[in-house]
Design a protein around this ligand. Structure first.
Ligand SMILES: Nc1ncnc2c1ncn2[C@@H]1O[C@H](COP(=O)(O)OP(=O)(O)OP(=O)(O)O)[C@@H](O)[C@H]1O
Ligand SMILES: [Mg+2]
Length: 413
């Protein structure tokens, strides 16, 4: 039984690990979009002067409903008060009316002689009863709606840039509102995890770029520059040779040295950015990389491809190339297998590449705990051009990486 895995899904409880062919995650949740939507909502609320206690009707009145400052009807004003005030007013009115009717009946106001003494005794009781009812309701409503104020405070802190802010649920709060707080906190946790991941990838990318520069500088200096200086000395010596045959042989050596130095320079340049990708396209570039892997290690890569030239933008092609490169490099370094296969083709509105080996496989959860920046980087590169990466692996069962990159202009066709 194979597990299947997709990086963005690890952040959502709805779309996590599953079983290949049985469970498919929903599309990855774009937390940044959610977060920005959330922030935009807060900004919009600020623009119209809305507070957490404003009712929607009030916002309309301020935002687009008529001239500001225009007198409003009593009903309009009542609808404009906060939810807790509405509940309390409605409650107070109902309780007071009920008690007045009961008192009126008790003192005989609905027939028979009016008992004035009873009326004087009952009136204070009615007032105290109504006041007590409103007070108890006020406390209950306040406790129940407290999470709304907590949500507002937290949302404001997040809007001000404090992404560590979390809403504190009160145990006396209404159950449904506590659930809203839990959802907000969960969303903020995911945003924080996503940011942490991006930071790790950025740090790794900067580190890798620095290492690469260092390696190139060393190689250019100790290898190419030094051999060119040596060739110059040899050239000078060759010119001093009186014997024509000796001079020719010395010049041949210099020419061979120059050819070797040129080849090394070509390799360094190709490491930086494969020229085949720009000049010949994705497939020749992948084949050239496959050959370069085979040379030092003997690791064989079979490449099969349908015609996909011109389907992707240059950025998307480069992203796909780098993902295939990382997946093949992983297969060569970690799988223990002697060969791997790359299949590139078109599936409906996507270019799809599958990189598979039948090596030792690995535990994805374990790799995730250790960081797995290479795998994360593949996912981020794919996401950058609107695509996805799925890694199917299990110890002892090989590894299959599936990359899907949308063909521009056909995403929704
Ligand atoms: N094809 C594979 N076969 C077996 N194990 C793999 C394969 N691909 C990845 N792994 C495992 O997953 C781990 C994480 O891979 P990842 O590419 O993220 O990191 P890495 O290759 O170790 O380092 P980096 O890519 O940063 O140089 C690897 O260390 C390896 O244990
Ligand atoms: Mg790797």
């Amino acid at each position: 039984m194979r597990r299947w895995w997709r990086w963005p899904c690890r952040e959502t409880p709805y779309t996590g690990w599953g079983v290949a062919g049985q469970t498919r995650p929903t599309d990855p949740v774009d937390l940044s979009d959610r977060q920005s939507g959330f922030m935009e909502g807060i900004a919009a609320a600020r623009r119209v002067g809305m507070t957490g206690r404003d009712a929607p009707g009030e916002v309309e009145g301020k935002g687009r409903g008529g001239a500001p400052g225009a007198p409003r009807s009593l009903v309009g004003r009542l609808l404009g008060v906060s939810l807790s005030a509405k509940i309390l007013i409605a409650n107070g009115v109902i309780v007071t009316l009920a008690m007045l009717v009961a008192a009126a009946a008790a003192v005989g106001l609905f027939g028979g002689p009016v008992d004035r003494a009873a009326l004087l005794r009952v009136a204070p009781l009615v007032l105290v009863g109504a006041a007590a009812s409103v007070a108890v309701n006020a406390v209950l409503v306040r406790l129940a709606l407290d999470p709304l104020r907590e949500l507002e405070r937290t949302a404001r802190r997040v809007a001000a840039g404090d992404l560590e802010a979390r809403a504190q649920p009160s145990r006396l709060a209404d159950r449904d509102l506590r659930a809203v707080i839990d959802v907000l906190n969960e969303m903020l946790d995911r945003v924080a995890a996503y940011r942490a991941r991006l930071r790790a990838i950025t740090a790794r990318a900067l580190e890798a770029a620095e290492e690469e520069r260092k390696r190139l500088a060393q190689e250019l200096y100790s290898d190419t520059a030094q051999s060119l200086s040596e060739l110059m000395i040899r050239l000078r010596l060759a010119r001093t040779k009186a014997n024509g045959a000796e001079r020719d042989s010395a010049l041949d050596e210099v020419r061979e040295g120059l050819a070797a130095a040129t080849e090394r320079l070509r390799r360094y340049a190709s490491d930086l950015r494969p020229p085949a990708l720009d000049m010949l396209g994705l497939l020749p570039a992948v084949e050239a990389y496959a050959r370069s892997l085979a040379e030092p290690t003997g690791f064989v890569v079979r490449v099969r491809a349908a015609p996909v030239a011109g389907l992707l933008t240059p950025e998307a092609e480069l992203a796909l190339y780098r993902i295939i490169q990382e997946a093949l490099s992983n297969a060569a370094r970690h799988s223990g297998a002697k060969e791997a296969e790359v299949v590139i083709g078109r599936e409906e509105r996507h270019v799809v590449a599958t990189i598979a080996d039948s090596g030792r496989g690995f535990d994805l959860a374990e790799a995730e705990r250790r960081g797995a920046i290479g795998l994360l980087g593949m996912e981020e590169r794919a996401a950058w051009v609107g695509g996805t990466v799925q890694v199917h692996s299990e110890p002892g069962r090989g590894t299959r990486v599936v990359v899907r990159i949308p063909v521009p202009g056909e995403e929704r066709a």
